[in-house]
Design a binder for this molecule. Sequence first.
Ligand code: CP
Length: 309
Amino acid sequence: MLKKKDLLGLIDASAEEIYEILDTAANMKRLLKQGIKKLPHLEGCTATILFYENSTRTRTSFELAAKYMGATTVNIAAGSSSVAKGETLVDTGKTLDAQKNDFIIIRHPMGGAPHLLAKTVKAGVLNAGDGMNEHPTQALLDMLTMKENFGKIEGLKVAILGDIKHSRVAKSNLFGLKKLGAEVRMFAPETLIPRGIDKLGAKLCSSREEALDGVDVVMGLRIQLERQQAGNFPSLGEYAAYYGCGEKELSYAKPNAIIMHPGPVNRGVELTSDLIDHDRSRIEDQVLSGVAVRMAALKLLNDYRNGSK
Ligand code: CP
């Protein structure tokens, strides 16, 4: 059983906790594949989805996950709430607590915002992406997709290519994959590699060939145009030519390597269209894993809440 009311990141999650979420999510995914979308685990619960940044996949999959398990869901877009009138995050949290919300699912542009919220509310807080810090449920869904493909995570070689500096997905994957015994390689222009990431266990590579040589997983990351204040590379065309991944680069990986991307994808930039639509692409399967992982996280946090009452 999870031992906290919140899911804020994988930096402090144990391998046992990660496996518990992945095993529960695998069961949820089996049910979803059978068309079962009515489960009782969250009956009587309320989950509020509080997003200060845009989202398609994460927002909808959290909402579907909560609804499939019987919860009442409420959506708050920051632009149309009292946040736009200057209400603080803590006061927003207190309001949601007073309404007896059981879960607050938050995406915020500032790293650490979910952690602050979690300290000040009784509700369970789930981090749906905080600035450049973490996106734990994305990494969990990525790991579920890998585990289902290869039967294990331990010993896998995973190459992550793209905008690593601004990526909360890269950091959560690094923390989670290392805990489960995978090798994590990274490749990007130097300006898109955060200082010290190698000290956290990433193997930094100096070419696409080195990064992809014999890997099981090729993971492209989105070039985050909205977070590039300074020009970190000359143009998208040059990025694609020198740092992107196509059929030629895929040939460096193992013959059964899979292609992944958290989305949204810039087609033809981090991955060619051929790779996105390749028969070894698992990008759509990642999306289904996303619903299953969020069901598992909500169920396990609710089990903790019930056990600790
Ligand atoms: N992968 C991901 O977080 O996608 P969204 O921004 O669409 O939620």
